[in-house]
Each structure stands twice: as C-alpha cells, then as structure tokens.
Design a protein around this ligand. Structure first.
Ligand code: SAM
Length: 416
C-alpha cells in the first residue's frame, strides 16, 4: 500500500547524518540522555549495570539511539536496544553510525509502531519516541501500543510538535500543496525554496524565529517542515489528553523553566494567579506566554508510577550531577548578585543567579551526595552554611539548574 510518510523518509532520512562524523563527535540531546532518563523515569536510582531494554520507536537516523547506546556502553551496561523504523534508508544510516562506534547491542527492525503488537519485540524499560507520534494517522493508538510495550517500572521520553511555536508552518504547507503537486518531490523542494526567498516580512513563518529547519537542515529539513504528508501539532491541554488516553502521566517537561509562567512574568500579583493553577494549567499558561515552544519534549510513565518516578533532590543521600557544565569552572565565572542570560528560540531572558550557587556547583562531581556537599561547605565556612541556610541555597540552586536541564539527581557508575 502507498505510504507517503514512509516514501518521504526513504527519500529524505531525517535528520540528515553522515556516519563518518561519529569519529569526531557524539551528538547529545533530549530526550533519552542517560542522566535525564535516570532522573525522570527511575527516580535517580537506576543501576544501568543491570539488564536494561530500550526501544527507539521511529528511531530515524539514530541520534537518540546512538547517544544512549554510547552512554550505556560507557556505564558498562549489558543493555539491549531496539531501533524500529518504517524507513530502510534511515535504518542504514543508524546502523552505519552504530558500526562506526562499535555499538553492537542494537537490534534493527524495519516496521511500524502500529505493528508492535505483532512484532514480538518484548517489553522495554525505556521507550524513546521523538518526533514521530505527530506523523502517525492515529497518534493516540500509536502511544497506546508503546505504553503496552513498557515493562513494569518503565517509562518513556517523547517529543511532539508544539502548535503555537509552529505558527506559520501549516498555512505555508497548504500553500505549497496548492502550487506544487504532491507527486514530484524535486519540484516541490524547488518551489518551496523559491517561495521562501520571496516571502514578505509580515508572513508568519518569516516572522517566526523559533522555526529554522527549512533554513539550516538541508532538503531533509525543508521537506520535514514544509512538505510533510502528515503532521499535526499539540497545545499543552491536547498533550494532556494524549497522555491520559494512553494511561500515562507526565513525569516532567524538558526544559522545565520553559513551562513555568514565572520564567516569563516577574509581576508578583500575576505570579500568584499563575501559581493557583494546577501543574497542567501552569504549563499551558507558559506555552501561551512564551509563544515559542515549537516542540514539547517530556518524560511520561504509567499512571500507577505517577509521583514516584522523578528523583527527589531533597533527600540527604541524593547525588546531584551536572550535564554539560564543569562545576568548578562554571562557579568561577559566576558573580555573586549577578545574572544568567538564557536564550531559546528567539527569546532572551535574564535570571538572577541563585545565592550560593557558585560554591555549591563547585562541589558537585557526580559522586558526592547533597549531605556530603553540605558537610564540606560547612567545614570550610561554618557560619555561612549552617543548617537551613545550606538547604535554602541548595534548593534554589538545584531547582534553577534542573530547570535549565543542566542538573539531575542520580550518580552513574564511574561518576559520568
Ligand atoms: C522526524 S523523524 C525522527 C527520527 C528520530 N526519532 C529523531 O528524533 O531523530 C521521524 C521518523 O519516524 C519514522 N516513522 C514515521 N511513522 C512511523 C511509524 N508509523 N512507525 C515507525 N516509524 C515511523 C520515520 O520513518 C522517521 O524515521
């Protein structure tokens, strides 16, 4: 049967990757970074040296798969990973990337998410489905298949398109459909490129700083954004329905700060109104305020695990770990009373650096627990870090950097 989605990914595997590049860099992102998985799905307590099975549903050219497979290999995990995708061209790229890194614990399966009940893949401790559900004819049914494939105690990392952040995309998709017939991919790409050069500055796509795949991701990116045969986008309330319809609960958004209304509005009275909303209401408010959430990335677990799957950094034995930051080096750059500037998708915001963040970050090495960090700081400066003072500074620092997706709880073997 003709399947335009499969045809697209056979012709334009996405994202476009060259396996040779594996020799010089590892692409790291979200979801499915090992520290995120441990923090949001396994309460920071997973021992990855025990058996672990992960499925990459619609794994594409392998970004998430290769990242996690490498991180698990580095952690000495006997993990089994399964890459499932409709597209053989994408599979070949992912296979070559795995081979370039000698990652030999991956099974590649050509097939669809809809066929999971008949594929005999077994159950998975973790499932990644990034940028795929919104391309399914029935995303709700697809997510149910994935939820049914979870092992007890497991969870998922998901990404779907965000409706507001994609403002301008869908009108342009229908315009291109009207002037470039669906059966000639090369003509459609040429017409789309030509059109992009002639857009008036008031066009909503031209005005949308959050969306850039058509400008910086080659033909595969252009096709994925503007010529896709099937995609839809979600507002936060629709996301909630999607999860609930599959018996899942939200564990956490990536990056949390972007889903907090107070990140955007400093007025205390308005903040009080926002904090009276429930967690989904606050996330929905943040989406409207920001306007630039072009994707929603999040972790989800079966409803029965809601409330127990996210790491609790308030426990004395919790081990904070930094991602992409060298604690002592970063701490040296922080000025007491200074600010940190965050940039994302066209928005630039400044936040006050949490008091005490420098010394606390300097002590984080992925092995020391919260209690040990407190003891070391008190030994050096007893007056400054007594009891509640340390707790307040640690809470403020860990909440801020967890919000930025830079700090997690759960040390890994080897302290990585
Ligand atoms: C936008 S790409 C995302 C690839 C990868 N997950 C990533 O984030 O880099 C979407 C992938 O989903 C695959 N796909 C689409 N519909 C699918 C389905 N019903 N079952 C399995 N794979 C599917 C496509 O072939 C494509 O490789």
């Amino acid at each position: 049967m003709a399947d335009p989605v499969r045809d697209q990914y056979e012709a334009y595997p996405y994202p476009s990757r060259d396996p040779k590049d594996e020799k010089r860099r590892l692409i790291e992102g979200s979801p499915s970074h090992i520290l995120e998985i441990n923090h949001y799905v396994f309460a920071g307590g997973r021992d990855f040296r025990a058996p672990f099975r992960a499925l990459f549903a619609g794994g594409g050219t392998g970004d998430g798969l290769i990242m996690l497979a490498q991180q698990l290999a580095d952690a000495g995990s006997p993990a089994e990973l399964v890459h499932l995708d409709l597209s053989t061209a994408s599979r070949r790229v992912a296979e070559a990337r795995a081979a370039a890194r000698n990652l030999d614990r991956i099974k590649f399966v050509t097939g669809s998410i809809e066929a999971i009940p008949t594929l005999d893949l077994g159950r998975f401790d973790y499932i990644d489905c990034c940028g795929v559900l919104h391309h399914l004819p029935d995303p709700q049914a697809g997510l149910r298949h994935l939820a049914a494939a979870l092992a007890p105690g497991g969870g998922m990392g998901l990404m779907v398109y965000g409706a507001l952040g994609r403002t301008g995309v869908y009108p342009m998709q229908s315009l291109i459909r009207a002037i470039a017939p669906a059966d000639d991919a090369a003509d459609r790409i040429a017409v789309a490129r030509r059109l992009l050069r002639h857009l008036p500055s008031t066009n909503w796509l031209a005005r949308n700083p959050a969306v850039g795949d058509h400008l910086n991701q080659g033909d595969a990116g252009l096709y994925d954004l503007l010529l896709h045969a099937q995609d839809r986008a979600y507002l936060v309330p629709a996301l909630r329905d999607l999860l609930e319809g599959a018996g899942l609960a939200l564990a956490g958004f990536v990056e949390p700060w972007r889903y907090r209304p107070e990140s955007y509005v400093s007025d205390r009275l308005l903040q009080a109104r926002f904090s009276a909303l429930d967690p989904w209401g606050r996330a929905a408010a943040a989406e409207i305020l920001a306007g630039n959430l072009k994707t929603h990335m999040f972790y989800a677990v079966p409803l029965a695990r809601a409330g127990t799957c996210v790491a609790d950094g308030s426990r004395p034995e919790a081990v904070p770990v930094l991602r992409g930051i060298d604690g002592p080096g970063f701490a040296r750059q922080l000025k007491p009373g200074g600010t940190l500037t965050l940039k994302s998708d066209g928005l630039e915001l400044r936040f006050p650096t949490p008091a005490g963040a420098g010394p606390i970050l300097a002590e984080i090495d992925g092995r020391r627990s919260r209690a040990e960090i407190g003891e070391r700081l008190r030994a050096a400066e007893p007056g400054r870090w007594q009891g509640a003072r340390f707790d307040a500074a640690f809470e403020a620092t860990s909440s801020f950097f967890t919000g930025l997706n830079r700090l997690f709880f759960g040390g890994l073997p080897g302290g990585s």
